[in-house]
Design a protein around this ligand. Structure first.
Ligand code: SF4
Length: 277
């Protein structure tokens, strides 16, 4: 059986960096409190919990004088201050690309722009970005949400890092027609898009694709949807123990792709299992 691994695939730079920081802190301090799950992968969270990771929902849930961790999505400015006041040490795993979005939001806000964030208003990264804006702001998921009859003064536009470039472009194209002044920062990171493009390239080369990643991971789900839309037989698993021998039957060439929150050890384990089979 021929095995082809999508490239790039698996952990993006920001999540890898944050997990490395977290592992180092766990080794140094034993117990670390993370604000929200550090990664959308149950197996990796289980492994980190075994090293001393504790999950909390809010800064106020972190015991005073303990060690806290901010995941790659980042948090709002006030929450970071709150966390710093309670904790002995804050390990800040905010991805540098997300940090740039915070800085852009702060800059636009200080320049007096009303800010438009293109993204999902419920996503923690977007809530974090909004926490760096002092004036007015709105979050829109796409150009279809814009009322063409509305009129705006000065708008500053930026994006959640994982949005499609086409969405940001469509929003800008529509707003520029109904606004006196527009300033745009493209804060999109290409890591997610590159992983989606890699599975598109992989699909025509193989008889089936195994996508490995958390069932709670939105970007893994997206990879599965792309593979299925390309009519290639697709199997979504969280770990190699879920491989189905019957699914493999008759396939001479298998592709492997992993979500942006799937750790290397799970991918390695899957490749070894496929080679054995
Ligand atoms: S997807 Fe991009 S912005 Fe988000 S954590 Fe990964 S590298 Fe950072």
């Amino acid at each position: 059986m021929n095995l082809v691994v999508a490239s790039p695939t698996g952990l993006c730079f920001g999540v890898r960096r944050a997990i490395e920081q977290l592992e180092k802190a766990l080794g140094q301090y034993g117990t670390v409190y993370s604000l929200g799950s550090p990664i959308h992968n149950p197996q990796e969270v289980g492994r980190l919990a075994g090293l001393g990771l504790k999950l909390v929902e809010n800064a106020s849930d972190v015991p005073t004088e303990s060690i806290s961790f901010v995941r790659a999505h980042g948090v709002a400015r006030d929450e970071l201050v709150d966390l710093s006041e309670r904790s002995r040490v804050v390990v800040d795993g905010t991805c540098p690309f997300v940090r740039t979005a915070h800085e852009r939001a702060e800059t636009l806000s200080s320049e007096g722009y009303r800010i438009v964030v293109v993204g999902d208003s419920n996503h923690p990264e977007v809530r974090g970005i909004l926490g760096y804006i002092d004036g007015e702001s709105l979050v829109i998921a796409g150009a279809e949400e814009i009322d063409s009859g509305a009129r705006y003064g000065r708008l500053g536009i930026l994006s959640q890092t994982t949005q499609k470039e086409s969405s940001l472009a469509a929003v800008v194209a529509k707003l520029v027609l109904i606004t006196g002044e527009v300033k745009v920062y493209n804060t999109i990171c290409r890591a997610t898009i590159e992983r989606q493009e890699s599975i598109q390239r992989l699909a025509p080369q193989v008889d089936g694709i195994v996508v490995i990643g958390g069932k709670n991971s939105a970007n893994t789900r997206k990879l599965v949807e792309i593979a299925e839309s390309l009519s290639v037989s697709t199997l979504w698993i969280e770990h190699s123990g879920e491989l189905d021998r019957r699914w493999l039957e008759g396939k001479r060439s298998i592709g492997v792709a992993a979500g942006g929150s799937t750790p290397d050890w799970l991918i390695k384990d899957l490749k070894e299992k496929l080679q054995t089979l």
